[in-house]
Design a binder for this molecule. Structure first.
Ligand SMILES: C[S@@+](CC[C@H](N)C(=O)[O-])C[C@H]1O[C@@H](n2cnc3c(N)ncnc32)[C@H](O)[C@@H]1O
Length: 502
């Protein structure tokens, strides 16, 4: 399949709202000859989407599809409309300004027959729009989308040369960047130090200075969304000693931040179930020089809490698989409408929530654990507040004394907290929503949720007299599903009571 036809297929796919821009090439079933070819096709798709409105306007004035009906039939595969768009993009907006195919290829011949008129009409549109350069006719990205760069101190501790935070700021100075006060929009060639995570820098989405930069290729900086830094920061608050366990680690962004916050001391057990993702985790940990991390390709729910090797695990991170509904795709603005939610979303959330709860309840069993952070990149209460409430009402939480950490220990300066309608009032408790945090795209982050469970040392010691816990995974799953159902019914009853009271 030709390069242009492959890109047209991906565009057709997106037109039917079947996925993300990045996933469109694979999802459309396009088989590229190499990774480089896939990247080239994706770049053309992205660029064509950027200029799609002006290209469609141009085609209304110069209707190449009607004038060349034999070459661009109404019914074709890929569609003539998409093929025309990618060809016009390359002719009018690509750096080379030409269609890269044989001069004898009929679609190219057909477009070139109209090129003089197309170019003249494009200049007219440009004049009408009052823009100096034709490239200013492209869609602009969402100004609220920004890029975060996290400084990785692990490299500074171990490598020759100066890889300190100050050295990074000097490097940026050398690249012509200015440090400004936190605020949005961020001017071009500027950045600020994030007010909540002090090793995080924030740039406008228009820059990608790190591509091929030694600070990036050597692991001294890591691209990580701000919200995704919160779980490690909250987990390690006040940490002095003890081991840590990351239950769901790949690709390893949070693990590497935990390792950095521990200054590469003690141990971090990093679990990852998937073989492919485990390889990514290993690569990431090596690049980020995380020497205190022990990666393990295994299912966390099969890890025995009573095992001697976990006897010093005081801190646990749970960032399990979730619906990902909070993730803001930086390319989303190029697609006209959001992907419609599938009809089975409710069922999917239910399954995910049961799995998430199972992971928390398993983590509750670790005898020395004092602090457990649970996070998702989901905006659905079913995976967030509702899972936390079900976990709090589980027998393990009650027996072992797990409760939510107060706001003062959970990034208190972050204003957006949990949803009170999902947490408060349950079992007469109030203010619980203040303990957890939420992030939304308007906060210039991905949609995200973080909760922190804590218990005192006295509770941890209580383990010796606890009754034996259920360890069979199927039995635990059945139990957690039943807990969720009980919590859901309780909440429904409360809502009903409240409605009757009103
Ligand atoms: C949301 S991702 C974790 C992202 C990671 N914390 C980071 O910040 O880079 C969830 C990961 O958990 C893994 N996973 C899911 N269930 C697991 C289990 N029971 N045990 C270990 N890993 C699991 C998935 O394969 C996936 O890689």
């Amino acid at each position: 399949m030709s390069f242009y036809k492959a890109a047209a297929h991906a565009l057709d796919h997106l037109d039917k709202h079947q996925g993300s821009v990045k996933g469109s090439v694979a999802a459309a079933g396009v088989k590229a000859a190499s990774t480089g070819e896939t990247k080239r096709i994706l770049a053309l798709v992205i660029e064509t989407l950027k200029y799609k409105p002006v290209l469609l306007r141009l085609l209304e004035i110069v209707p190449v599809h009607s004038l060349e009906r034999l070459v661009f039939p109404r019914k074709s595969w890929p569609s003539s409309a998409s093929l025309l768009l990618v060809l016009l993009h390359d002719l009018l907006f690509s750096a080379k300004g030409r269609i890269e195919a044989s001069d004898k290829w009929p679609p190219k011949e057909a477009v070139l027959r109209h090129q003089a008129r197309l170019r003249a009409e494009l200049v007219r549109i440009q004049i009408k729009e009052g823009v100096a350069r034709k490239h200013d006719l492209g869609k602009k990205g969402d100004a609220s989308v920004v890029r975060y760069v996290r400084w990785n101190p692990n490299v500074d501790y171990h490598r020759a040369g100066d890889w300190s935070f100050n050295a990074l700021l000097q490097h940026l100075d050398g690249l012509g960047f200015s440090k400004v006060e936190p605020g949005f929009p961020i001017p071009d060639k500027s950045y600020f130090v994030d007010p909540h995570i002090d090793c995080l820098l924030c740039f406008s989405a228009t820059t990608n200075w790190w591509n091929s930069d030694i600070w990036y290729t050597s692991g001294a900086i890591i691209l990580q969304d701000k919200a995704s830094c919160f779980p490690a920061r909250i987990l390690m608050e006040g940490w002095k000693e003890g081991d840590c366990l990351d239950a769901t680690a790949a690709p390893g962004n949070k693990t590497s931040f935990i390792s950095a916050l521990m200054a590469n001391r003690s141990k971090v057990y990093a679990f990852e179930r998937s073989g492919v993702r485990y390889k990514t985790l290993e690569t990431m940990l090596a690049r980020a020089e995380c020497r205190n991390v022990l990666p393990r390709r295994a299912d966390f729910t099969n890890a025995s809490p009573e095992s001697d090797e976990f006897a010093r695990v005081t801190h646990i991170l749970l960032d399990p698989s979730c619906s990902g509904s909070g993730i803001v795709n930086r390319l989303d603005y190029l697609v006209d409408q959001a992907v419609e939610e599938s009809e089975t979303i409710g069922e999917r959330l239910e399954k995910l929530a049961a799995f998430q709860l199972q992971m928390i309840v398993h983590a509750f069993q670790f005898p020395a654990a004092e602090r457990i952070v649970y996070s998702t990149c989901s905006i659905h209460a079913e995976e967030d507040e509702q899972v936390v409430m079900a976990a709090l009402s589980s027998p393990s939480a009650r027996e072992r004394g797990w409760k939510l950490a107060p706001r003062a220990e959970v990034l208190p300066a972050w204003e957006r907290r949990g949803r009170p309608d999902e947490m408060d009032g349950v079992e007469g408790q109030s203010g619980l929503a203040e303990s957890v945090i939420r992030c939304l795209p308007e906060d210039h982050t991905n949609g995200f949720f973080v909760a922190c469970f804590v218990r005192g040392l006295a509770d941890a010691k209580k383990r010796n007299r606890d009754e034996p816990e259920e360890t069979d995974p199927d039995a635990v799953k059945a139990k957690t599903l039943a807990q969720m159902e009980r919590a859901r019914r309780k909440k429904q009853a409360q809502k009903k009571r409240r409605r009757l009271d009103e």
